[in-house]
Write a protein that binds this ligand. Structure first.
Ligand code: AMP
Length: 127
C-alpha cells in the first residue's frame, strides 16, 4: 500500500487549528464536526487526528486505539443525535468515499454520518 498524505488539505488545517469547524465531539484520537454543506438534517464528519488518506489506509496503519476510538466516537454521535435505531431513532447512513471513483474531495479519511430524513436507496443507477 502506498499512500502519501497531503498535509495542506482542509481537514489537516482544521486539525492544526488553522481553519474553523463546528465541533461535535473530540477525543485524543478523533474529531467530529458538522459538514459545511449538510445534505441532511444530521450530517457530521468523523475524522482521525492521524494522517490517513482514506478508509483502507486508516484500517491498515492506524493503531488499535485509534481505530476503536474512531468507531466509538461515531457510534456516540449516532446515539447523541438520536438517529440510532437502537435508541429509537429512524436510522442513519455512514459513507466513506475513497479516491477518484469514490469521488473523495478531501484526502483525509472521514466518515460521513447522515440522518434525520429518509435517505433513499444507497446508490443511483449508473448513467
Ligand atoms: P468527500 O467527497 O467525502 O471527500 O466529502 C468531503 C466533505 O467535506 C463534503 O461533504 C464537504 O461539504 C465537506 N467539507 C469541506 N470543507 C469543509 C469544512 N471546512 N468544514 C466542514 N466540512 C467541509
Amino acid at each position: 500500500m502506498a499512500y502519501s498524505y497531503d498535509d495542506q488539505n482542509i481537514f489537516a488545517k482544521i486539525l492544526r487549528g488553522e481553519s474553523p469547524n463546528q465541533t461535535v465531539e473530540e477525543t485524543e484520537h478523533t474529531l467530529a464536526f458538522a459538514d459545511i454543506y449538510p445534505q441532511a438534517p444530521v450530517h457530521v464528519l468523523v475524522i482521525p487526528k492521524g494522517p490517513y488518506v482514506c478508509f483502507d489506509h486508516f484500517a491498515a496503519e492506524a493503531s488499535d486505539a485509534e481505530i476503536a476510538d474512531f468507531h466509538r466516537v461515531a457510534a456516540k454521535i449516532c446515539a447523541d443525535l438520536n438517529v440510532s435505531p437502537g435508541g429509537g431513532g429512524d436510522g442513519y447512513r455512514t459513507i466513506s468515499n475513497a479516491g477518484e471513483a469514490g469521488v473523495q474531495e478531501v484526502p483525509h479519511y472521514h466518515m460521513h454520518i447522515l440522518g434525520g430524513r429518509p435517505l433513499g436507496r444507497m446508490l443511483q443507477p449508473a448513467s
